[in-house]
Design a protein. Structure first.
Length: 133
């Protein structure tokens, strides 16, 4: 899928998103279950939060890096449409939070690196401001 199509889908959900960084021109679109399965051996979900040394932004960054390496290891020519996003509201709760985002085959998902919990993106429940893939 072309990066500009992914950006357009994200802006359909969150029209006021400030910045979407998609440095690759095209991305592979995975099944969400394959993404979660790829994250499992990373061990990221088992890392304890420790003040500002290790918190949500580091977990999301580590998950993003892990998925990029996974795509390399399985021999893909393009990265999965997976990255990080920065939010002020998640699942209806106002907070500053970083989590992962994925354009999967059946839509856009938000993924918590702590536990690999995922759900479909929802403009009424989430306020995303920056996306980096």
């Amino acid at each position: 899928m072309k990066a500009k199509e992914i950006r357009a889908e994200i802006r359909t959900i969150w029209p006021l998103v400030g910045f979407i960084w998609t440095p690759d021109g095209e991305y592979e679109i995975p099944e969400i279950e394959d993404v979660i399965k790829a994250l499992e051996p990373s061990g990221i979900k088992d890392l304890s939060y420790k003040g500002v040394v290790w918190e949500c932004d580091k977990s999301a960054l580590a998950a993003n890096d892990w998925i990029k390496r996974h795509c390399l290891d399985i021999g893909l020519d393009k990265q999965w449409a997976f990255g990080e996003c920065f939010a002020s509201k998640i699942n209806g709760q106002e907070l500053s939070h970083t989590l992962n985002i994925c354009r999967a085959k059946d839509g856009i998902y938000l993924i918590e690196a702590k536990g690999y919990l995922y759900r479909r993106a929802d403009s009424a429940k989430d306020a995303i401001h920056i996306v980096r893939m």
